[in-house]
Ligand binder design. Structure first.
Ligand code: PGA
Length: 236
């Protein structure tokens, strides 16, 4: 079974959440990462909930931050870490500390890695991913899922070829032995194509997850192909 993660970024105001919750398909293999301020709306609604980022700290005078401890205290079990939109402000050392903090509290970490267009054009994709993984995962052993999310693909409508995705996922699996999701411009038009990548363990969906009808259809499409097994196995 594949994991389907919806990253709701900062797309909604409070009044739009009710409609989203009323209409979202309930599926054990779906995780939704709302804005932190909206997380309480998603709790106890049969939805797996994730943070969009976690602090490298646990508690203390860190204005504006949200910690893994605070997340697990209210029932949040997943954490997106190292997403490009937050990675801009963090180096790999900080991301490593964030992962350690989330794992300490038994969260499942979804670590995003990926290259810029320049790096891709200079054939540096594997080098970049290797450096990100080596540094971010230093000393780490736990419930981590890798998200391969090329930066040039986020919000652009552009996606790598299936062959490119397959090769990169292979590289990550062979060298690091984690499950790997693909993220970046996943939508209802390309999900059929992406579903054909045989070694993919699921998808991270941004903008298309903010449109509840489209997200529901994406979930159905993914389940159509992968419904023969049950439950996404988080272990390696
Ligand atoms: P996108 O975003 O699906 O809108 O490209 C993905 C993400 O940023 O996680």
């Amino acid at each position: 079974m594949k994991l389907i993660v919806g990253n709701l970024k900062m797309y909604f105001d409070g009044s739009e959440i009710k409609n989203y919750l009323d209409n979202l398909i309930r599926d054990d293999n779906v995780v939704v990462c709302p804005s932190s301020i909206h997380i309480p709306y998603f709790l106890n609604k049969n939805i797996n909930v994730g943070l969009q980022d976690v602090s490298m700290y646990e508690k203390g005078s860190f204005t504006g931050e949200v910690s893994a401890l605070q997340g697990v205290n209210i029932g949040v079990t997943y954490a997106l870490i190292g997403h490009y939109e937050t990675r801009k402000y963090n180096d790999n050392k900080i991301i490593n500390l964030k992962i350690k903090n989330a794992l300490k509290h038994n969260m499942t970490v979804m670590l995003c890695v990926g290259e810029t267009l320049d790096e891709k054009n200079n054939n540096l994709t594997l080098d970049v991913i290797k450096k990100q993984l080596n540094e971010c995962l230093d000393g780490i052993n736990g419930k981590v899922i890798i998200v391969y999310e090329p930066i040039w693909s986020i919000g652009s409508g552009l996606i790598p070829t299936n062959e490119e995705i397959k090769n990169i996922i292979n590289f990550i699996k062979e060298n690091y032995n984690y499950k790997v999701l693909y993220g970046g411009s996943v939508n209802l038009q390309n999900i059929d194509t992406l579903n054909k990548v045989s070694n993919i363990d699921g998808f991270l969906v941004g903008f298309s997850a903010s449109k509840v009808d489209e997200f529901n259809e994406i979930i159905k499409e993914v389940n159509k192909i992968w419904c023969f097994s049950t439950g996404f196995d988080k272990t390696r």
